[in-house]
Design a protein around this ligand. Sequence first.
Ligand SMILES: Cc1cc2nc3c(=O)[nH]c(=O)nc-3n(C[C@H](O)[C@H](O)[C@H](O)COP(=O)(O)O)c2cc1C
Length: 206
Amino acid sequence: MKQDLKLPAMKTVKPKILYYGTPVILLNTSNEDGTTNITPISSSWALGYTVVLGLGAGGKALENLMRHGECVLNLPDPSLWEQVERLAPYTGKDPVPPFKQSMGYSYQKDKFEISGFTPAASVNVKPSRILECPLQLEAVVKHIRMPEHAPEFAVIETEVLQVHAHEGIVLGEHHIDPAKWSPLLYNFRHYFGLGQALGTNFRAER
Ligand SMILES: Cc1cc2nc3c(=O)[nH]c(=O)nc-3n(C[C@H](O)[C@H](O)[C@H](O)COP(=O)(O)O)c2cc1C
């Protein structure tokens, strides 16, 4: 028997941005003088040990990665959202490009100082890690591409070399416990944590 399902009414919309809810990453890159810049981003996907990032062309993170292709992808949990937001109005670019000035950004050299995060030396790459973030991925840049249709952005392919995890979220030797780890999500410029667990994939570790 056919069920009488009520389908949602639809509308065509044109949102200014398509930040549809992805994890926040604090992207650490190396400045010219060897200090570490921290850039909050939310544009990424991971497959195997490849992580692809989306970066604005006018930011310090891209400049740094083009000069020195090493980085750390630090994943904060929801408890760290206010420290992440403290970084939000700043750029490591000096002088601040006019388009960023008009959006209200100002220059900040020491992103650790402004956010209150603690640096930790990396093992394989030059930029330091962020101790408070439960997952810290050391990575190298493999490819940078500016899409023809959107030259104001860059697509960065990275290869993860080493994963550091807070012991409290590790199950056994090598598994991340999904009951303990929770990403900080950026959902149309609002911060969220995860909701309740719904179910388990047939390949999930138990
Ligand atoms: C939560 C959050 C997510 C963001 N996501 C991105 C992103 O995916 N890509 C990007 O280029 N900028 C993103 N931004 C904006 C950058 O953080 C901002 O342009 C910053 O000034 C860049 O710093 P930098 O110039 O020192 O690299 C995001 C900002 C916040 C607060």
